[in-house]
Design a protein around this ligand. Structure first.
Ligand SMILES: [Ca+2]
Length: 222
């Protein structure tokens, strides 16, 4: 555990070039770090340091066999829940605060039913503020997992959707997707991806309700 002190930047995300402080000291390892986005109190995040020049601020992790129900309220999602060492949601407000500081990209890492690891990157990732429903903004897709977050089907798309929970229905469905399917998510009517749920996870046609494990991380664009 290291506490680099207040910073506008998640310290686990390594700068490329010399212009963007701070850097993680050589020899740092994946684990829990304290970060302090501008205008926010310090928060604890899990940093996945994947190599010499790359780091990821983990905003979500889940497993098929999790003990967490994920069927939480708007305010619980807002401030986060779970254990950063196992399954957790960082907090929708904190994700928003981090992504408003700087341009971020996102990586969704998915382990399918056969435990094969795949990933989907989007070269931009941000959430609008709470008054805008934490609407999701994604850039261009790449990676080994399909572009399931930005489906062509308006009933299943997630990009540009507001976040919904069981007690705040902001989906495009006549019913309440979050009540019907469990955890909070950027539902439309209703989903092609659902990672905030107890039991089998879904990523498009890669695994419909039987993905085993997922990690979602933020980094600066390469
Ligand atoms: Ca609805």
């Amino acid at each position: 555990l290291t506490q680099p002190g207040p910073s506008a930047y998640p310290p686990c995300v390594l700068a490329r070039g010399n212009s963007l402080p701070p850097k993680v000291p050589a020899g740092s390892s994946s684990g829990v770090y304290i970060i302090q986005p501008v205008g926010l109190h310090p928060i604890m995040v899990y940093c996945e340091l994947g190599g010499a020049d790359r780091g990821w601020t983990v905003i979500q992790r889940n497993r098929q066999d999790t003990d967490i129900t994920w069927a939480e309220s708007w305010s619980t999602y807002k401030h986060g829940f779970g254990n950063v060492h196992s399954e957790f949601w960082l907090g929708t407000e904190y994700i928003h605060q981090i992504t408003r500081q700087k341009i971020y990209q996102v990586r969704f890492v998915i382990w399918d039913a056969a435990n094969n690891m795949r990933f989907a990157d989007y070269n931009l990732f941000s959430l609008d503020d709470e008054s805008q429903g934490y609407r999701l903004r994604l850039g261009t897709h790449s990676g080994t997992a399909e572009d399931a977050m930005d489906s062509d089907n308006p009933r299943k798309v997630h990009n540009n959707m507001k976040f919904s929970t069981k007690d705040r229905d902001q989906d495009t469905y006549r019913g309440n997707c979050a009540s019907r399917y469990g955890g909070g998510w950027w539902y439309s009517a209703c989903y092609s991806v659902q990672l905030n749920v107890k039991g089998g996870l879904t990523w498009g046609s890669l695994c419909k309700g039987n993905c085993k494990h997922c990690v979602v991380g933020l980094s600066w664009p390469v």
